[in-house]
Ligand binder design. Structure first.
Ligand SMILES: [Zn+2]
Ligand SMILES: [Zn+2]
Length: 334
């Protein structure tokens, strides 16, 4: 286990943060404000996935919860504005058990926005050999890949530093980490350079459920945050990793269930179909690049056209054009 207590580098970063904030002010002025969901109108819906693992949908990324005698483990926290509704539903489903762990799949605000509320609502396990004891019982233990905590601690593009209470309390920097909780091994799998540079997928080994974060979504083409280290080849490697881990559903037995970052609960067959689609588009763009076509020519040639009906978008924050451009750029296109 490569986990360590995260030391907030806030003080050392003050100077760097200030100059980044000035730069970011210029960038922000040129961009349209991001769309904010109407939080008051959105209710939390929960779905039993398998055993004591549930998926909660509201605004932002899907939330996964696993619960039992040890308490509750939560993957992702949506937006801060959803925290009251999510915490109420988690308390209802678990019978008011304390939240012990929060795991963040990546840095985006629709997945970490509720961190502070969730942490304060919870209680770390202080007995036994669980890491984090040295911090005392300040709330739930919040675990993420180290790049997530580092990015949240400082100005990150147009995103301001997160309040100290929202920043993960423990980070890991290797390929994987694990937590044993409620009689179940929970594996945290780092997928390098996929949706971002800090993606973690969470595999509940006994319940046979994997929460993928935004490495896999089934509502759109893959979102590739190129400013934060995302790449098309990392996305495809991540989808292949999910397919390696999952076991298909048998006629009698349930197979591995997949909770995507956004969208509906899926299984291996859904991920295979999606992986094939993304791989075909990547290969088409790569072939067009080899022929010397420019980004404009590639977009005009419509390398996604047969899939646009299901996954495409011409407006919103992640259009088909955004996707094709991210594929092109992360394959080395200029
Ligand atoms: Zn997301
Ligand atoms: Zn994301």
């Amino acid at each position: 286990m490569n986990r360590r207590v995260f030391l907030h580098p806030r003080v050392a970063l003050v100077a760097a943060t200030m100059s980044a904030a000035v730069l970011s002010g210029i960038v922000t002025a040129q961009q349209a404000p991001p769309q904010q969901p109407n939080f008051d109108a959105i209710n939390v819906r929960s779905f039993k996935v398998q055993d004591n693992v549930y998926m909660l949908a509201g605004a932002g990324g899907n939330v996964t919860m696993q619960f039992g005698n040890d308490g509750v483990l939560v993957v992702d926290t949506q937006f801060a504005q959803m925290a009251d509704k999510l915490l109420a539903e988690i308390a209802r489903l678990s019978g008011n058990k304390p939240i012990r762990y929060v795991i963040n799949t990546h840095v985006h605000p629709d997945h970490v926005g509720g961190n502070e509320r969730f942490r304060r609502a919870g209680r770390a396990i202080v007995a036994g050999n669980v890491a984090g004891d040295v911090r005392g019982n300040e709330g739930a233990t919040v675990i993420a890949h180290e790049t997530v905590a580092a990015r949240m601690s400082q100005q990150d593009g147009t995103t301001p530093p997160a309040p100290g209470g929202a920043i993960p309390t423990e980070t890991f920097f290797g390929e994987s980490d694990e937590v044993f909780f409620n009689g179940e091994a929970v594996r945290l799998i780092h997928q390098p350079a996929a949706h971002t540079d800090g993606d973690v997928m969470v595999f509940f080994r006994k319940s046979d459920v994997i929460a993928t974060g935004d490495v896999y979504v089934n509502t759109s083409y893959p979102v590739i945050d190129t400013a934060r280290g995302g790449t098309i080849n990392g996305i495809i490697a991540g989808l292949n990793r999910i397919i390696e881990i999952t076991v298909p559903r048998d006629k009698q037995e349930g197979g591995t269930m997949v909770i995507p970052g956004h969208g509906r609960i899926a299984d291996e067959a859904d991920v295979v179909e999606y992986r094939d689609m993304v791989t075909i588009i990547r290969d088409r763009v790569r072939d067009m690049m080899k022929k010397g076509m420019t980004l404009q020519q590639i977009k005009a040639a419509g390398p996604t056209s047969d899939y646009d009906g299901r996954y495409g978008a011409t407006s919103g924050f992640w259009t088909t054009d955004n996707f094709v451009e991210a594929v092109y750029r992360t394959l080395g296109g200029k």
